[in-house]
Design a protein. Structure first.
Length: 258
């Protein structure tokens, strides 16, 4: 009796390559252009290096005993070794998760918290919302909303309807890595499953805010630039404020009637 062997999976969120063909500084430049959030692992006979990225900017780096800029400089000087670029969306506590997607119930994580999470972390991703036959999506680029869709209709005002959607599930997903980034797709036994987000405790959140991040001045400028707020977000914010005000007014009116 023959046992079936599952076909290998080519990941769209992981790339592998050789530093002989693609120096690390060239790979990091491509990640900046495409606003990648995730980790670059570098493996050499000497040591294993790691560069964490947020919206394309270097957030932290390690290589042997080196950290920060010194680690990045040493990794960029390497002429031999292998690298792996892995997209990883941050969990709600800010730490990078284990996959390029996470999912859950809006009853556990309200949509407004997911939206704030995408904005605060300058994410390029899509929040998909599903309930029965309803399908909605909010598309972000570098923390800015670029599209809102509900059942095939594209309109920013659909955010109000999505916020009122009860009993829905959500999935936050990073787009596939751009083909312009050098490397070849990593082969896996199966796709990496989305992780379940964990709501941070207040103390953990305060500690994360207080902890200094290991960024170069150039990367800080790039990250700040990607988080610029535009007129579209302001208009959506006004729509949200109106929706919340209307809901509060309705609640007070029901209270008076009762």
């Amino acid at each position: 009796m023959q046992t079936s062997v599952p076909a290998p999976h080519l990941s769209s969120n992981r790339l592998e390559g050789s530093l002989c063909d693609t120096p690390l500084d060239r790979l990091l430049a491509a990640c900046r252009r495409h606003l990648i959030t995730g980790t670059v692992w570098v493996r050499t006979p000497r040591a294993v290096g790691r560069v964490d990225l947020r919206a394309g900017g270097v957030d932290a780096a390690e290589f042997g005993d080196l950290t920060g800029d010194d680690a990045v400089d040493a990794l960029c000087r390497l002429a031999d070794g292998m690298y792996e670029l892995v997209q990883r969306l941050p969990d709600l506590d800010g730490a990078l998760g284990r996959a390029a997607a996470f999912q859950g119930e809006l009853a556990d994580v309200p949509l407004v918290d997911l939206m704030r999470h995408c904005e605060d972390n300058a994410l390029t991703c899509t929040i998909a919302v599903v309930r029965d036959f309803d399908r909605g999506a909010i598309v972000y680029r570098a923390g800015d909303i670029v599209d809102v869709e509900l059942n095939g209709s594209h309109d920013d005002n659909h955010i109000v309807e999505l916020l009122r959607m009860e009993g829905a599930r959500f999935r936050v997903t990073a787009p596939p890595l751009d083909l312009a980034i050098e490397g070849w797709p990593a082969v896996q036994r199966a796709p990496t499953a989305p992780f379940e987000p964990h709501r941070p405790r207040a103390a953990a959140g305060a500690a994360a805010d207080a902890a200094p991040r290991d960024r170069t001045a150039g990367d800080r400028s790039a990250a700040n630039a990607t988080r610029a707020r535009g007129g579209r977000r302001a208009a959506i914010g006004i729509a949200l404020a109106v929706a919340f005000a209307a809901a509060a007014y309705a609640a007070r009116a029901l209270g008076w009637l009762g």
